[in-house]
Design a binder for this molecule. Structure first.
Ligand code: NAP
Length: 366
């Protein structure tokens, strides 16, 4: 049986996507990119962007070859045509003799945006774009949000009982879910560039917010604390922590928090708390493309109210908790039409609990 060219292109694009994933945790603020060079049904070389500042995927693959004469190159993101931290890839593809280039998606970065493909076509190469485009966009959702909206891709994470409570009326929330689910949650942290909580959660739980029960690096820790009211000994504080406060926090409190190694950034206050727009812009400036919001209910509700949340990762424990603080305590709707629904929903087992994941229907298209 002979496979159609479309099927072959999709097969190698899937391979490029899986190679791209090897850069997870290390490429931000750059995108995840994988590349496969194929000739006569044989893979000549593979490469991926391993770390921000290091070789781009196309260069990593082509550097293994003296010549790629007559080959097809598969890459999930348009090859660049400009000098950034590294030299441009499109001229190298031409120089190595590649005949056909299959691209997953056009680079939204305005320094590239179609210019890489134009350069290849002008040099006489056959270029096909948009192969597995939806998958390619999803893989680089953080990068796309950063370039298009100037904010990270935001996932809201919580652990709730079946009746929606995130904590008992006393504030107790340890532990709603099983050890297995908590290990899963650590894996989720490792996939993000930063993890954010509000001052209420630090006061109630004093979380470390590091990755301990799974393999992976700990992300940047972010705290919203208008008056810098948390204890200077709070576990979240330290060199890889940014604390957002308002202009009204005293310089003594700034010094006390700063002594832990954490940096303090003052942002404007709005109704309901610190300006999330200002917080998200600063996080992007610090290279954060994917943000995990770990609560509590006030912070989760603020992200939803301001329309700056994209996805949900909700751990559901098979447990009834009665009255308590629900996941979206601060939200209230007057009719069903206003409620927030999810698309692309999936449920999987996480230890003795369930993990429900989905994209908010109100999240802008990628
Ligand atoms: N089950 C779970 O997954 C889970 C996860 C996290 C927390 N929890 C539970 O949730 C409870 C704490 O919830 P919470 O709602 O009190 O705390 P929270 O959402 O963590 O923090 C709220 C505080 O953050 C500060 N803040 C600054 N800017 C904000 C903004 N734009 N929007 C909202 N808040 C902003 C405010 O304090 P300032 O005015 O002082 O700045 C606010 O009072 C605890 O019982 C904890 O155990 C459960």
């Amino acid at each position: 049986m002979t496979l159609s060219r479309k099927k072959i292109d999709e097969y190698y694009m899937r391979r490029a996507l899986s190679l791209a994933l090897r850069g997870t945790e290390r490429t931000s603020p750059n995108p995840l990119v994988g590349c496969v060079v194929v000739r006569d049904g044989a893979v000549l070389a593979e490469g991926w962007h391993a770390c921000c500042g290091e070789l781009h995927a196309e260069r990593a693959a082509l550097n293994c070859l003296e010549s790629a004469e007559g080959a097809t190159l598969y890459v999930n993101l348009e090859p660049c045509s400009h000098f950034g931290r590294t030299p441009p890839c499109a001229p190298l593809i031409v120089e190595k003799g590649v005949r056909r280039v299959v691209v997953g998606m056009i680079d939204p970065d305005e320094r590239v945006s179609g210019r890489g493909i134009a350069l290849l076509r002008e040099a006489g190469l056959d270029v096909e774009s948009g192969v597995l485009e939806a998958e390619c966009r999803l893989l680089n959702r953080g990068f796309l949000r950063k370039v298009r909206l100037g904010r990270p891709w935001v996932t809201l994470k919580g652990a709730v009982g079946l009746d929606g409570a995130m904590a008992l009326p006393s504030g107790e929330s340890k532990w709603i879910t099983s050890e297995g689910a908590r290990a899963f949650a650590h894996l989720l942290r490792a996939e993000h560039d930063a993890v954010l909580v509000g001052a209420g959660t630090v006061r109630a739980d004093d979380p470390e917010l590091t990755v301990r029960s799974a393999w992976g690096r700990s992300p940047l820790r972010v705290l919203l604390d208008s008056m810098l009211s948390v204890s200077p000994g709070a576990k979240i504080l330290g060199p890889s922590c940014v604390v957002f406060s308002s202009e009204s926090a005293s310089s003594e409190r700034v010094a006390a928090v700063g002594a832990s190694g954490a940096s303090v950034v003052r942002v404007p206050r709005k109704e309901g708390g610190l300006s999330l727009g200002a917080v998200l812009s600063e996080l992007v400036r610090r290279g954060v493309c994917r943000l995990l919001v770990e609560g509590g209910p006030s912070v989760v509700s603020s992200f939803l109210k301001e329309g700056v949340a994209d996805a949900l990762s909700l751990f559901l424990a098979p447990r009834l908790m009665g009255q308590g603080k629900t996941f979206t305590n601060g939200l209230s709707f007057s009719c069903m039409r206003e409620t927030l629904s999810l698309r692309e929903c999936g449920v999987k087992r996480a230890g003795e609990d369930f993990l429900l994941e989905g994209v908010l229907a109100c999240s802008p298209d990628l």
